[in-house]
Design a protein around this ligand. Structure first.
Ligand SMILES: O=C(CO)[C@H](O)[C@H](O)COP(=O)(O)O
Ligand SMILES: [Fe+2]
Length: 224
């Protein structure tokens, strides 16, 4: 399966939450394809962020771009239908946060959303031996989850290459997403490793010109 067209997914974790609707409008106007929505529960990860109410508020505000919900929540199943009702497009979860990974994937799909499985830097890829054929997205964490603004962990590149091979062998249109420390200076190398969906939080929202940074990322991906 050929790599899918690249998508930049700004993580709103680094947005100005006091003006969230305008921030999302601004990154979509600047070329963002998806909005990455980080949900942290102060249990699975040591930070607390936003829930379905905020997702629903963005939809009511008029956001039509796909909302890519990254659940860092344990246990995960109870919150899945709430996010589906709130307007999530893709819902991804960590295998450590589910008692029954296969069942959680099915729950996400039955809720009408696309399903993704997330791998922390030290999480083995072996889950994919059993569930890759049921997934719409594989998300490789290139930081330990919980905070924006961390440095890219380079072992993620090898993991991306290995998942790229698995996806290509599957023949299915599964997206390969990377999350953590992605910026214009490393996104070319990350694209060469096989990613097609790029989360970037601080690299986008900490810059004054969102369009310029997204364009720089798109140029680096195209040259990769
Ligand atoms: O899931 C996350 C952290 O757990 C965030 O999506 C990620 O860290 C994005 O932020 P940045 O691009 O600043 O690293
Ligand atoms: Fe994330």
């Amino acid at each position: 399966m050929a790599k899918q067209s690249p998508i930049i997914a700004p993580s709103i974790l680094s947005a100005n939450f006091a003006r969230l609707g305008e921030e999302v409008d601004a990154v979509v106007a600047a070329g963002a394809g998806w909005i990455h929505f980080d949900v942290m529960d102060n249990h699975y990860v040591p930070n607390l962020t936003i829930g379905p109410l905020v997702c629903e508020a963005l939809r009511k505000h008029g956001v039509t771009a796909p909302i890519d919900v990254h659940l860092m929540v344990k246990p995960v199943d109870r919150i899945v239908p709430d996010f589906a009702k709130a307007g999530a497009s893709v819902i991804s979860f960590h295998p450590e946060a589910s008692e029954h990974v296969d069942r959680t994937i099915q729950l996400i799909k039955d809720s009408g959303c696309q399903a993704g499985l997330v791998f922390n830097p030290a999480t083995p890829l072996s889950y994919l031996d059993y569930v890759l054929d049921k997934l719409d997205l594989v998300l490789i964490m290139s930081v330990n989850p919980g905070f924006g603004g961390q440095s890219f962990i380079t072992s993620a590149l090898d993991k991306l290459r290995r998942v790229r091979e698995m996806i290509d062998a599957s023949g299915r249109p599964i997206r390969l997403e990377v999350d953590g420390g992605v910026k214009p200076s490393n996104i070319g190398e990350i694209a060469r490793a096989g990613a097609d969906t790029f989360v970037a939080g601080s690299a986008v929202f900490n810059e004054p010109d969102y369009a310029a940074v997204i364009a720089a990322m798109q140029r680096a991906i195209a040259a990769a």
